[in-house]
Design a protein. Structure first.
Lengths: 140, 140
């Protein structure tokens, strides 16, 4: 994840989660976000309630090797609407940006399965009741 | 949404959003959340990374007229795992509770369409570029 403005504390906390639970997710500072958007090698999808319905944009992303999803804060710089390849809404009323990313990811990749991520030192064994964690110390 | 502990300021802000954008979403205090869960007239689905994969739980919800999704904060009271009809994970690594609700809702109901909610005084006209809002004052 490219993050602007930078938040070293968040980057550290996310890295700590990844250390136990595996995966390659990483928070990277993006001091010049416009440049990062312009130079991205693939479609840039700005998630905004003002955009076209996600269902209309998804078919255009078929075959893309890499996709950059962009969400803004309370005040989105207007030029992002122009710099993005697509402006797409997961809904057209005010909603959480975190929810927008989660819904877009599951529409693109499906709901994550029960398996652990590569490099995990601990993993959950899904249960009908209660908690079961194997390996490492318990997360959260 | 039943909320415990109560947060009157959040309830007020959500009500203000609904006033312009329509819909019947409402934040209601739940001073006794265990009672609300026990007396709910339908399946209670606790969203937790420790639960069974959502894909295994979804078929059991077919035909339910009402479903209560439950998410907890950092410390989930252990009896919730027993009180819930189902414990279901949208993922089995640490994740946002907001994301869990959003993913579960779209798995149950689909991604929301471009239309306005009943009672809206303003609505978005989805655009490839920029913003178009009809009626009311602009939201957010």
């Amino acid at each position: 994840m490219l993050l602007h403005p930078p938040d070293p504390d968040l980057a550290r906390r996310v890295a700590a989660v990844g250390k136990g639970w595996g995966g390659s997710f990483e928070v990277v500072d993006a001091p010049d976000w416009r440049r990062a958007v312009r130079e991205f090698d693939g479609p840039v999808v700005h998630l905004t309630m003002y955009g076209l319905p996600l269902a209309r944009v998804l078919p255009k992303l078929k075959g893309a090797r890499r996709i950059l999803l962009v969400v803004g804060g309370a005040k989105v710089p207007p030029d992002l609407y122009r710099l993005a390849t697509h402006n797409a809404g997961v809904g057209h009323q005010p909603h959480s940006e975190v929810a927008a990313v989660a819904v877009a990811l599951t529409q693109l990749l499906g709901v994550p399965g029960p398996g652990a991520w590569p490099g995990a030192t601990r993993r959950i064994v899904p249960q009908a009741r209660g908690k079961r964690v194997v390996g490492g110390r318990r997360g959260r």
